[in-house]
Design a protein around this ligand. Structure first.
Ligand code: UD1
Length: 402
C-alpha cells in the first residue's frame, strides 16, 4: 500500500490544538502518510489564529480558504464552495475534521460531495440542545463520517444510538489533551501568573463567547456585575473573545468593569499557564471544560448543558446553568470542594494522536456513513444546516454512498 494522503481542515482557535498533535504524529510516520493542512480562515485575527499555529508548531497551512466572518450558513457555504478545488488538487484518501465549529460542518459536506472518506475527531459529543449551532455541526459531521474518533465512552453510546456501526467508532482519547501534555514544560516555564502579577491559587480565569450568553444584553450585563462581585474575593482575569468584546462595546449601559482585569485574547502557552495555577475557571467554552479536568482546576460552566458530561462525572466541572446569579456561590463551592479528588477520563493520556495515526494507517476507508441522520433531518434542526442547494448536494452524495 502506498502512502495515505490525509487532509486536515482547521478554522478556529480550538481546532488548532486538536489537529497539531495529529499532524505531528503523522509526520513521525513519513513512510505511511502525506499530510496537507487547510485553514478555512473562520478565525483570522493573529491573536485568534497565527499565534496558535506558531506556538503549537503547526506552521503555515498549505491552503487557506479565507472565509472570514459571516453568518453561520454563509460561513459553511463558503467552505463547501471553496474546499472542493483543494480536494481535487490534493486528492486525499481521507479528510480529517475536528470539533464542532462551522468550518467542521463545511468541510464534512465538501468531502461528502467529492466522495472522499471523512474522519471526525471528537465525534459523538451531544449537548441535546438543538439551539446550539455547534450541536448541528457535530451531528452533521458525524452523520457524514466513515471514521468516528471519540474521546469518551458516552460519545460511543450516542453514535451507536444514532445508527453508526461499531466498526466506524474508534475510542482514541483526547487530542486536545495531547497538546496540553506536549506543552506542559513550556507552559510551566513561561510563569504566566507571575508575569501578570497574580498569586497562584488566588485568582479566577474567565472566558465567555457563546451567543446564548454574550449576544443577550441583559444576561451579559448581569454576568459582568456578578464577576465584579467575585472580584471582591479573587482577582478576576478575563481575556475577552472578539465576539464578546463587540458585544460589550454595543451595550448602552456599561457594566462595572474596573474591578476586572480584561485583556485581549491570549496565546496558548500564556493562557494555559494562567489556567493551570488558577483557583478556578468560569467559562462557557467546551475545550476549557476538558483542559481544567486534565489540570485538576475547578471549572464553573455558565451553560444549561454540556456535551462533555464526563468532565462533570469524573472531573472538575460544575454546571452553573445559564444563571449568572449563581456566580455568587463560587467562593463557597470552592471552599467546600477544597481538594476533592478527581479522576482522569480513560485515554486522556497524551497519546490519542498516535492512536489516530495507527487507525488511519490501516482503516478501511471504503466504510460508508451509517448514521440514521441525514442532511435532510439535520436541516430540520432549528439552525438550518446550509442553503438548500448545498443540502441537496450533500444528500445526493450520502445517498450515492449508501
Ligand atoms: C466559534 C465557534 C465556537 C468556538 C469558538 C472558539 C461556530 C458556530 N462557533 O465561535 O464553537 O467555541 O469559535 O473561539 O463555529 N472574529 C474576530 N476575529 C477572529 C474571528 C472572529 O474578530 O479572528 C469575530 C467575528 O467577526 C464575529 C465573531 O468574532 O463577529 C464571531 O466569530 P465566529 O467565528 O463566527 O464565531 P465564534 O463566536 O468565534
Amino acid at each position: 500500500m502506498g502512502r495515505r494522503v490525509v487532509l486536515s481542515l482547521v478554522g478556529t482557535r480550538p481546532n488548532f490544538m486538536k489537529i497539531a498533535p495529529i499532524q505531528a504524529a503523522l509526520a513521525r510516520r513519513p513512510d505511511e502518510f502525506e499530510h496537507a493542512l487547510v485553514h478555512t480562515g473562520q478565525h483570522y485575527d493573529d491573536e485568534m489564529s497565527a499565534v496558535f499555529l506558531e506556538e503549537l508548531g503547526v506552521g503555515d497551512p498549505d491552503y487557506e480558504l479565507g472565509i472570514g466572518s459571516a453568518p453561520r450558513e454563509e460561513q459553511i457555504a463558503r467552505v463547501v464552495e471553496r474546499l472542493p478545488a483543494v480536494l481535487r488538487e490534493v486528492a486525499p484518501d481521507v479528510v480529517l475534521v475536528p470539533g464542532d465549529v462551522n468550518s467542521t460542518l463545511g468541510g464534512a459536506l465538501a468531502a461528502a460531495r467529492e466522495g472522499i472518506a471523512l474522519a471526525h475527531v471528537e465525534a459523538g459529543l451531544r449537548s441535546f440542545d438543538p439551539t446550539m449551532p455547534e450541536e448541528a455541526n457535530r451531528m452533521g459531521a458525524d452523520a457524514l463520517s466513515a471514521l468516528l474518533f471519540t474521546h469518551s465512552p458516552e460519545a460511543r453510546d450516542n453514535l451507536l444510538r444514532e445508527g453508526a456501526a461499531p466498526e466506524q467508532i474508534h475510542e482514541v482519547g483526547n487530542t486536545m489533551i495531547d497538546t496540553l501534555f506536549a506543552m506542559r514544560g513550556r507552559i510551566a516555564a513561561a510563569a504566566a501568573p507571575q508575569r501578570h502579577g497574580l498569586e497562584p491559587g488566588r485568582y479566577v480565569v474567565v472566558t465567555l463567547h457563546r451567543p446564548a450568553l454574550v449576544d443577550d444584553d441583559a444576561l451579559l450585563i448581569e454576568t459582568m456585575e456578578h464577576l465584579a462581585a467575585l472580584a471582591d474575593e479573587y482577582e478576576v482575569m478575563f481575556p475577552v473573545h472578539p465576539r464578546t468584546r463587540r458585544a460589550l462595546e454595543r451595550l448602552r449601559a456599561q457594566p462595572r468593569q474596573e474591578a476586572l482585569r480584561l485583556t485581549p485574547p491570549l496565546g496558548y502557552v500564556e493562557f494555559l499557564g494562567l489556567v493551570a495555577d488558577a483557583a478556578a475557571v468560569v467559562t462557557d467554552s467546551g475545550g476549557l471544560q476538558e483542559e481544567t479536568t486534565a489540570l485538576g482546576v475547578p471549572c464553573f460552566t455558565l451553560r444549561d448543558n454540556t456535551e462533555r458530561p464526563i468532565t462533570v462525572e469524573l472531573g472538575t466541572n460544575t454546571l452553573l446553568g445559564l444563571e449568572p446569579a449563581r456566580l455568587r456561590d463560587v467562593p463557597e463551592l470552592l471552599r467546600r470542594r477544597a481538594d476533592a479528588p478527581t479522576k482522569q477520563p480513560p485515554l486522556w493520556d497524551g497519546r490519542a494522536s498516535e492512536r489516530i495515526a495507527g487507525v488511519l494507517a490501516r482503516a478501511d476507508l471504503t466504510l460508508k456513513p451509517r448514521s440514521r441522520l441525514n442532511a435532510a433531518t439535520l436541516a430540520a434542526l432549528r439552525y438550518p444546516l446550509v442553503p438548500m442547494n448545498v443540502c441537496g448536494a450533500a444528500a445526493k452524495s450520502s445517498t450515492a454512498a449508501s
